[in-house]
Design a protein around this ligand. Sequence first.
Ligand SMILES: CC(C)(COP(=O)(O)OP(=O)(O)OC[C@H]1O[C@@H](n2cnc3c(N)ncnc32)[C@H](O)[C@@H]1OP(=O)(O)O)[C@@H](O)C(=O)NCCC(=O)NCCS
Length: 350
Amino acid sequence: MLRKATKEDGQRLFEWRNDPKTRQQSLNTAPVEQAEHERWLTKSLANPNRTLFIFEENGTPAGTCRIDREVEKDGREVFELSWTIAPEQRGKGLGKKMLGELLALETLRGKLVKAVIKSDNLASVKMVEKFGFHFDRDEKETGIWLLQKKTIVILGGGLFKDSDGRWRTTLGENQSGHFGVLNDRLRVVACAELWKENKNSQIISSGGQGKLKNILPVGLTSSKVIKDELLELGVSAKNITEENKSGTTFEQLRAIKEMIENGKIFGNIHIISNNYHLPRIQAMIEHSDISAVLSGKINLVGAEDVLLRLLPDQWKEFIEQSKKSEAMKKRVESEKKGVEQIKNGLYKFA
Ligand SMILES: CC(C)(COP(=O)(O)OP(=O)(O)OC[C@H]1O[C@@H](n2cnc3c(N)ncnc32)[C@H](O)[C@@H]1OP(=O)(O)O)[C@@H](O)C(=O)NCCC(=O)NCCS
């Protein structure tokens, strides 16, 4: 159990801080004097950007951990974590337990979390790896580890009403359309498969009513239809966030840009769409005012590529047949035209 530290914890914190192993793994390896420690504790308890905890196991103090809120040079808010387990309690799994409780705190939810760990501190490295941190960079003989959840953004678009009257993502319907066929469902299935590979991933299901605003029932958006389909495929509701304002691909990209700027998503951002759609997305990112924020931060993921890799038995035939169809050829042509227009400055960005 974690509880906030108080002045009464001063002596045990002092002893843990001066334990040789703790010092060895700290950035400042020198022993700390009692008076200096007391000043540090008083300041720490009063610091609004620092929270100091005592971890108790069966009612006995067994470790300490800390959250320090910082603002990086680029304006991003980062929460740095640090920890020590009492010398006599080490190697019993308590470090992992304490870090698990710390990471579950509401304060850290969806935040960028960092740990600074010396490269020879195997126990701490194993702990953070277990919770999905990844090595970011070396800095002054220490490694910087970040807990960055993978974010998968699904771009929604085509919807149709099935024979039961339910709105679904498209899967090859309306083959006669002027711009060819749409296979949005592949994005949803591929996204669910990627989520199953890493259940920490955060999914943004993106899309409002767009061109369908006069047909769709009030309140029903592309993001909602996608969310419901993801839930049916076993994705957990807490991992899905809806972005339900944007009406076009470009507005969806803008919404992603804003989420990055507001710190709602960061790091490892994947945008999933159909293979035929990706070149136009890439062109939009490169040739518009969103480029400064999005360039280099986004991985474009082709839904068909994911399904051929992860579910070939179920989807290979459909994908191959669809590729050969006239309707898909029309779609690919219309996407190519879009890319040309973007590059020539003739595209109407909504
Ligand atoms: C680092 C520390 C918090 C780990 O806590 P702990 O309770 O001893 O660790 P756990 O028992 O939960 O073990 C965590 C993992 O490290 C491994 N581990 C534990 N002690 C280890 C050691 N001395 N060498 C290598 N691996 C070790 C465990 O096997 C476990 O890995 P696993 O999940 O693959 O089995 C604790 O050892 C400590 O306080 N060390 C000194 C201070 C310190 O390093 N602070 C952190 C600065 S970043």
